[in-house]
Design a protein around this ligand. Sequence first.
Ligand code: SF4
Length: 415
Amino acid sequence: MLARLAEGGCVVGAPMDDADVIVINTCGFLADARDEAMGVISEALEHKAAGHAGRVVVAGCLAQRNGEELFDQAPGIDAIVGVNDREAILQAVTGQSRSQVNPCTHRIGSDAGRFRLTPKHVAYLRVAEGCSHPCTFCTIPAIRGPFRSKLAADVLGEAAELIADGAIELSVIAQDTTSYGSDLDEIDLVGLLKQLDSIEGATWIRLMYTYPRRFTNELVRTIDQCDHVVPYVDMPLQHISDGVLKRMGRKVRRERIEELLRELREANVTIRTTFIVGFPGETQAEFDELLEFIKEFEFDAMGVFAYSPEPGTSAADMPDQVPDEIKAERVAAMMAAQQEIVFAANQDAIGQLVDVLIDGVDEHGRCIGRHAGQAPEIDSLCILTEPRPAGQILTVEVVGSEGYDLIVQPQSDGQ
Ligand code: SF4
């Protein structure tokens, strides 16, 4: 969208006070995200009412989910653009279109020629759009449509363009990366990773958002064998108890998950996951099983969500909804257990040498970076004892920790 606006002659990124048009790209996945988006929309509408902005345009998942009802929910919005109609963003901004929200069915095109907001050295590489899995709690298939892979030639072309533009780390993303190629004849995720790995200049390729049922043993081997695919996997598991997994519609059982995790650990792959607690009908015994499991397995990084009953999903109508206070207690118990695991692992890491990609200076003036087991935006960080320029990889020694983050001392500068 940003590239379309820039090509159309818009100056992207002016402060909100001086903007002719405010474009809000929204998330609509969970109630919390929708509330946040509505808060930002209200703020923009106040700006407009006070004469500080000409138009307010709402794009993204909330526009897709709520459609033209958004005009009634937040009077003053000038135009909406759904997730499949980003090409219409210029018309929305210039006043030639009021509403473009269409269903998601077409194959996604190339994202080449992007106007990037991330620092030069990190980039997201979207390989597919939508999801066709039947998870009973999830609105994503309804919002973003069925799973569609991007053609391999488009993915590889974008990757080469991003690397030529200075990207050192490419995070491979989709709603489910492991389904990549299931709707194409010639390639799957294993084949795609091998081709990405061989692009000249590729440095760190990171696999995000994998789905356990589709995670093959061959994929574990490929991550292990590819030089530039970092030994890191993000695999949202959601739960471990077979009863809950079944009600969630995850189509995978504890036994297979454990087998997969064992293989990943044997290949020294860092594993990040997320869980949902308080799913309808989750008994104390099922929750205890999950808590025991995370204490035993010791994930490298973990996020926990309290189940959110989303309108339009079958889980929202299931019996035995768990009270909010129990959900909050379960989230807290999970996070307390995980904190102990990570803090102990950080102590064990002291003295180790690791390669760190420097991200730059944070809001506290500290130079920060990440080792290969730390994904951008969501994972912990490495805090450097001495500043180094952003976008370089250098070897550091872990000399301490601060909460979830590591304190590291540069050893040698290099590439
Ligand atoms: S695999 Fe992920 S995106 Fe797809 S339905 Fe399940 S939770 Fe939603």
